[in-house]
Design a binder for this molecule. Structure first.
Ligand code: GLV
Ligand code: MN
Ligand code: MN
Length: 417
């Protein structure tokens, strides 16, 4: 290892304990972790994060949408800061590592640098982003979108959850007030941004490589489809007379699969993860269906081609079946390239630490997708068991987590100079 890297020691026992303690703050019994934005568990999770940040000796600030910023002020505090961070909200039936490793791991990275006697020139800051997961409002990365200014305040204010509650109502109930305009970061706020995250895929584990450095984040898009047909008695309405909203939805779901498979890019993925029908009775023809489509790609041209096919299929299916169709875009974000200079520093740190690294595409989206719009950005991935994520069995070893935190610490230290 080069003599340039300060020796730091990640407190593995303490970091694992904090990950396990936060996992116990959940809407569902262990091992399931569920922390939906502004639920009781999310609010208690936030309290835990504040405490952990203070324990790491960081100074707290929170914005109007609940992004939590924990800062180590550098010797030149007016310079743009070096950022890191991730999220602690968790989808229903999730595990304990997604997002959490990037928040608690970053606190530990900074604490380890402090213990080593390192003094940053630029401030170092860890963000816990509000609502990376789309569970409450159907839209992911709400906090980072507002920070980057890629969602308008009007659109954010118009968001409603399934019970019809607005973002403004829910954030007020969670103790966050003030204009959403104020969430947007001033230009040049971050000098650079590096997010630590579990891979959520099988590559690193399969290859036996401890660190992935993200060169590119795939672009996500999602759509809401409302279908209105005609209901009736399942025995009495004869087949030629039917306008079955569920069957129209089923055909659209198959069109999503077809379009993704035939786009010409192996990176195109299409999923119908939400499919609800009404009235939901065995002896009644479904008169209403509601679908949400998730379509992603590392390329815009093939994603657009797949989208156009899905859109055309939806029109064709609905006109053939006599179904009223509403097709609405929730988000359609371009992919984000990582910053070559930041990537090179992270890769150099890995090589000096003797940790093999692999340049990767992030197929999941992350708050870094939006930080990349306003700052040079990359991500550090660590392996997770079987590539599992978004399920209670999600697991990364503390050795891999500690290696990720160590790479993060040294990368942030270099970037702060
Ligand atoms: C993030 O959780 C994603 O769906 O990629
Ligand atoms: Mn997730
Ligand atoms: Mn995540």
């Amino acid at each position: 290892m080069s003599s340039e890297l300060t020796h730091i020691t990640i407190d593995r026992v303490g970091l694992q304990r904090r990950i396990d303690e936060l996992a116990l703050i959940s809407e569902a019994p262990a091992p399931v972790v569920t922390r939906v934005l502004f639920s009781e568990a999310d609010r208690r999770g936030r309290e835990y994060v504040r405490r952990a940040a203070r324990d790491a000796g960081l100074t707290l600030r929170e914005d109007a949408v609940g992004n939590i910023f924990a800062r180590w002020v550098g010797s030149e505090p007016d310079l743009p800061a070096v950022g890191s961070g991730s999220h602690t909200d968790a989808i229903p039936n999730a595990g304990r590592y997604d997002g959490v490793v990037g928040v608690l791991g970053a606190f530990e990275a900074l604490a380890a640098l402090k213990r080593s006697g390192f003094k940053p020139r630029r401030s170092l800051e860890v963000v816990m982003f509000t609502a990376e997961e789309p569970t409450r409002f159907g839209l992911g990365c709400l906090g980072s979108r507002l920070m980057a200014g890629t969602i308008s305040v009007e659109k954010a204010s118009s968001l409603r959850d399934r019970e019809g509650r607005s973002l403004d109502e829910l954030r007020a109930a969670a103790g966050y007030s003030g204009p959403l305009e104020s969430v947007r970061l001033p230009s040049g706020y971050y000098h650079s941004f590096v997010e630590l995250h579990i891979e959520q895929g099988p590559v690193l584990e399969r290859e036996g490589i401890p660190i992935g450095i993200v060169g590119h984040i795939a672009g996500p898009s999602s759509y809401r489809v409302k279908l209105l047909g005609e209901g009736g008695h399942a025995g009495a309405v004869l087949m030629p007379e039917r306008h079955d909203a569920m069957l129209a939805g089923a055909e659209i779901a198959l069109a999503v699969e077809r379009a993704a498979k035939s786009s010409g890019s192996p990176d195109t993925v299409g999923t119908v993860g939400v499919f609800r029908i009404e009235p939901g009775a065995v002896n009644s023809v479904p008169f209403r269906a509601y679908l949400e489509i998730d379509l992603r790609d590392s390329r815009m041209d093939t994603r657009t081609k797949a989208f156009e096919e899905i859109r055309a299929a939806a029109d064709e299916v609905c006109s053939r079946r006599g179904i009223h169709l509403e097709f609405e875009e929730i988000n359609a974000d371009p992919p984000a390239p990582g910053d070559q200079k930041t990537i090179a520093i992270a890769e150099q740190v890995c090589s000096e630490l003797g940790l093999k690294s692999l340049r990767m595409v992030s197929r999941a989206y992350h708050d870094s997708l939006f930080m990349a719009r306003v700052s040079p950005t990359t991500m550090i991935f660590i392996p997770c068991l079987n590539g599992w994520s978004h399920r209670p069995e999600e697991f990364s070893t503390i050795e891999h987590i500690a290696s990720g935190a160590e790479v993060l610490a040294h990368t942030m230290a270099r970037l702060s100079a």
